[in-house]
Design a protein around this ligand. Structure first.
Ligand code: PLP
Ligand code: LYS
Length: 418
């Protein structure tokens, strides 16, 4: 069931017409559906139902809005965080510290200390240097840090190079061939409770084969580490399951993913941990925009909208596709480029694409914008920071305000010596 649907000729999020949100909040605006978030959380969990012991940690980076985190917390999700800021958000949403996993190659001393003090459930350590620093900080505090060693399995994920993380040349994790000896050294440090392994090979994966290859390699590594007498009780399999952005694209379902995991990880006797992001949030959000004007072009017209690459960076950064659709479609079609107002030629959402015909003042949406959308927004060209709205049934609420350029200007100072 799609909670974004046309009713009486206009696009709704659940029972709320997007036009009503646009009228009250203005555009551009991100709109999320609570029912879709809940459904995706449930479908993902159901996909893993055959596994004996599972911990779900939502990848906060995909959508860190605290209201979204609260919805997922109520679905029993913990959090995968990559900064103190994300950790504070997860805690603010009521996610227990014990359900938080901290990933990332560049955790600072301050962040490690803050996470130890908060009592988070697991640190995914990405280097021997980080492990030593963390163990020392924990020992100073008279505590032990629950840790997994993130391993780089040197597997080609088959996704966009900029979001691929599991090849040897990527900065993530420790080299596969050195992981067992590193585990042995780190496990001996006081302050360290090295209890598991972690892997994450990339995002927006369209095929399960690279994940399967990575997980099998992790299984072999786990056996080697156990053979040395270490306990491995946790295996964090990361996130990465992709979602369709355009009609007709085929992606593995959470059930397919769960069946693959059950087959590959059979008999592992660990708590399996997962860090899904996009598969939960991607299709639960849209970016609503208004057409500023339609400008004649040489090869095709330009539909200039009031959203731009600062609001939704994915097309400019990864040549990503987001479907564009009118909120009140007339049935007519038009071949045009959809562009934002920013002074960069990369500020293009759709290049000479057949789209719903739109005119000045019409509302339209970019679909599948719930993951890596608002969270990657910025204020380039002194634009406002885009607001976010959560819909639930007949209700909606602004869950992040539009931050106006004037508020940002007010935070700047001109020194009196200038
Ligand atoms: C360590 C880690 N875990 C989880 C994720 C979430 O990935 P996705 O949104 O593709 O599920 C990412 C991002 O790719 C990540 O770097
Ligand atoms: N920002 C990327 C995903 C990065 C995943 C982070 N590990 C995207 O929009 O597709």
């Amino acid at each position: 069931m799609d909670h974004f649907h046309y009713h009486n000729g206009e696009l709704h999020a659940e029972n709320v017409p997007l036009a009503r949100i646009a009228e009250q909040v203005g555009t551009p605006v991100y709109v999320y559906s609570r029912a879709t978030l809940e459904r995706h959380a449930q479908v993902f969990r159901e996909g893993l139902a055959d596994l004996p012991s599972v911990h779900l940690a939502f990848a906060v980076k995909s959508n860190p809005n605290v209201a979204v985190l609260k919805v997922l917390k109520e679905q029993g999700f913990g959090a995968d965080v990559v900064s103190e800021g994300e950790m504070r958000r997860a805690l603010a949403a009521g996610i227990p510290a014990a359900d938080i996993v901290f990933s990332g190659v560049g955790k600072t001393r301050r962040e490690l200390a803050a996470a130890l003090e908060a009592g988070i459930g697991q640190f995914n350590v990405e280097s021997e240097e980080e492990g030593e620093e963390l163990a020392a900080l924990a020992a100073e505090r008279g505590v032990t840090a629950p840790c997994a060693l993130r391993v780089n399995p040197d597997v080609e994920a088959g996704t966009h190079a900029k979001i691929s993380t599991g090849k040897a040349e990527n900065k993530f994790g420790v080299p596969y061939d050195r992981a067992a000896e590193m585990f042995d050294r780190l496990a001996r440090l006081s302050g360290m409770n090295l209890r598991g392994l972690a892997v994450h090979i990339g995002s927006q994966l369209q095929s399960l084969a690279p994940l399967e290859a990575a997980f099998s390699r992790m299984g072999a590594l786990m056996e080697a580490i156990r053979a040395e007498g270490h306990h491995v009780t946790h295996m964090d399999l990361g996130g990465g399951v992709g979602v369709p952005y355009r009609e007709g694209e085929q992606f593995p379902s959470p059930a397919d993913y769960g069946a693959m995991v059950a087959r590959v990880c059979k008999g592992w006797d660990v708590t399996l941990m997962f860090e899904p992001g996009r598969v939960i949030t991607g299709n639960s959000g849209m970016l609503v925009t208004e057409v500023i004007r339609v400008k004649q072009g040489v090869t095709a017209p330009f539909v200039v909208v009031d959203a731009a690459m600062n609001d939704l960076a994915r097309p400019a950064m990864y040549d990503a596709w987001h479907d564009f659709a009118a909120v009140r479609p007339t049935g007519d079609r038009l071949t045009a480029s959809v562009v934002g107002p920013i002074c960069e030629s990369s500020d293009v959402f759709a290049k000479e694409r057949e789209i719903d015909s739109v005119q000045t003042g019409d509302l339209a949406v970019f679909r599948t914008a719930g993951a890596y959308g608002a969270t990657m927004a910025n204020t380039y060209n002194s634009r406002a920071l885009v607001p976010e709205v959560l819909v639930s049934g007949d209700r909606f609420a602004v869950v992040a305000d539009r931050i106006e350029p004037a508020a940002i200007l007010a935070a700047e100072r001109v020194p009196d010596w200038l």
